[in-house]
Design a binder for this molecule. Structure first.
Ligand code: MG
Length: 164
């Protein structure tokens, strides 16, 4: 299932590597000796969770169905246009951030505002494909992977820790 999810994400233009880059940008300030490999491993661990896989498959299916005009009216236009008051894309993404608790949620909020890395590109290429769910799913996976890394650190590994 994990491989299938990676393949589906790749079909929509997002590799594990690109998500790992966002995680690195989020966490390099906080974790000593963080490597892109640590970030890649954290993203892969998040993608192993069944709840995450289900959220990704559901969101991507809705984007693709909207693109093909196969969703019923009025949902098809709401999803295609990513209407301002349609927050279900974010709500679905919470299924991913919730797996790793409150750090996941605050990181998600930060990414939603700053649109770091590939999230910004997904947000700008909306004329090419429907990314209404995809951008939030990617932000949530990156946020959850960051939270996982943060939770796995010993307190003394934190860059700002006074006792280190
Ligand atoms: Mg969205």
């Amino acid at each position: 299932m994990e491989k299938l999810v990676e393949k589906k994400l790749l079909e929509r233009g997002v590799s594990v590597e690109k998500i790992a880059e966002i995680v690195y940008l989020l966490q390099e300030r906080y974790i000593k000796r963080l490597t892109i490999n640590d970030c890649r491993e954290a993203v892969k661990a998040v993608l192993k969770k069944r709840e995450v896989q289900h959220a990704v498959l559901t969101g991507l299916a809705l984007d693709v169905l909207a693109e093909k005009n196969m969703l019923p009216h009025p949902l098809v236009d709401i999803v295609k246009n990513d209407e301002g008051l349609y927050g279900i894309d974010e709500v679905l993404a919470f299924a991913i951030t919730n797996v790793y608790g409150s750090i996941g949620l605050t990181n998600f909020g930060y990414l939603d505002k700053t649109k770091l890395g590939i999230i910004g590109r997904l947000n700008n290429e909306k004329n090419k494909q429907v990314n209404t769910f995809l951008d939030d799913l990617i932000a949530a996976i990156a946020a959850a992977a960051s939270a996982k890394l943060a939770h796995s650190q010993k307190v003394t590994d934190y860059v700002d820790d006074q006792s280190g």
